[in-house]
Design a protein around this ligand. Structure first.
Ligand code: PHE
Length: 377
């Protein structure tokens, strides 16, 4: 406790002050102490401390002075003590308020400086993603077919055996089902039908024809599943684009012309196509389309002079299955097989992407490795 603080705790009589001039000296002393203290106050916390020390109701200096000096003062001194105390109080209050304003302005300024937005700083860059290569190839194929009058439809990946097999002319126990072994979904007891993951996009042929009358021209991009062991060319999930065109006068020529147009658009004009007889229960006749090897230009010889490793020297690469829609299929959708004809095809997208972009392992499509994905921005 400083001596002046000490003094405020004692009465004037105890301090031996009996004259007005001594009272003024006492007040001058206490005012000087206040000025000294407030000069050192720089922040809100010390300002509050000072305010409480001087203006606090119970034991602030001004309360002490009132209680110890003014109240018990002799009648002769009371007037001068009162006047001095008022002066002191006015000074202390005004100074404390001025200090508060100064501190507040200072902290505003500090906050403004702290929060100043520097427009010259580089912004937050959010890397732009891109479509997966498979999605890009879907898009390329969709664009080609849309440009010649096909529309795009999509269907469920969980199918009934009826759409995946029966309506496509694949009865139960037909040997072709062995090639399309798939995953079955557990269904509740009493469910109307088992459910499976579709093995191809062909069920959408049926679903589309059930809903629409000819002419029908659709392609169906989508994901399909088979119970395959993963290796460089097999995966339990892969992608197809189904195609279906049905009308009153569609011929085999329309079919091959459409496929040729697509292959040329997709691989470029240098590529030739051919077809070989094949078998699918839902097309008759069925064919397998081949293209001249895009790596050796169909010569069977690689750039270094050896046998082309991609087509194994054949010069041709097998592309996809297709055919004229089997009349039996029309029976399942209520079309008159005597009046309509059409063709269908099922393109394996992963394989097509691998051929076009020189990728030798199908697994990279499913591994989400950005080092691979970044090569196809
Ligand atoms: N759905 C057949 C498959 O996945 C391909 C195909 C589609 C064949 C349409 C003919 C017609 O193997």
């Amino acid at each position: 406790m400083t001596s002046s603080e000490n003094k405020a705790a004692q009465t004037l009589a105890a301090l031996g002050v009996t004259e007005a001039s001594s009272v003024s000296v006492l007040f001058a002393e206490i005012l000087a102490r206040f000025d000294g203290e407030i000069a050192g106050v720089q922040d809100e916390a010390s300002w509050k401390q000072l305010r409480d020390a001087w203006l606090g109701r119970k034991s602030g200096v001004l309360t002490l002075v009132t209680d110890n000096w003014l109240k018990p003062a002799t009648p002769e001194l009371k007037r001068v003590v009162g006047a001095e105390l008022n002066k002191l109080r006015g000074h202390v209050e005004a100074q404390i308020e001025a200090k508060r304003a100064a501190i507040e302005a200072g902290s505003d300024e500090a906050a403004l400086a702290r929060e100043r937005v520097d427009l010259s700083l580089p912004g937050v860059t959010r890397p732009v993603g891109s479509h997966h290569l498979i999605r890009q190839v879907f898009q390329e194929i969709e664009d080609i077919f849309v440009s010649i009058g096909f529309s795009v439809v999509e269907g469920p990946e969980i199918e009934t055996p009826y759409y995946n097999f029966e309506a496509l002319n694949i009865p139960e126990f037909h040997p072709v089902r062995d090639d399309m072994d798939t995953f079955y979904i557990e269904v509740p007891k009493g469910a109307p039908s088992p459910l499976l993951l579709r093995t191809h996009t062909s069920p959408m042929q049926i679903r589309t024809m059930e809903k629409r009358q000819p002419p029908v021209r659709v392609i169906v991009p989508g994901k399909v599943y088979r119970r395959d062991n993963p290796d460089a060319t097999h995966s339990f999930a892969f992608h197809q684009v189904e195609g279906l065109a049905v009308d009153t006068d569609i011929t085999f020529c329309d079919f091959t012309g459409t496929i040729e147009y697509f292959v040329n658009q997709f691989f470029g004009p240098g590529v030739k196509t051919r077809f070989r007889p094949s078998y699918f229960p839902f097309t008759e006749p069925s064919v397998e389309f081949d293209v001249t090897c895009v790596f050796c230009g169909g010569s069977g010889v690689s750039a270094s002079g050896g046998t082309c490793s991609k087509c194994k020297g054949a010069g041709w690469i097998e592309l996809f299955g297709a055919g004229m829609v089997d009349p039996a299929v029309y029976g399942f959708v209520g079309y008159d097989p005597k009046k309509v004809s059409g063709f269908a095809f099922g393109i394996g997208i992963d394989r097509l992407a691998m051929l076009k972009y020189g990728i030798d392992d199908i697994q990279v499509f499913f591994q989400s490795d950005v080092r691979f994905l970044r090569q196809f921005p």
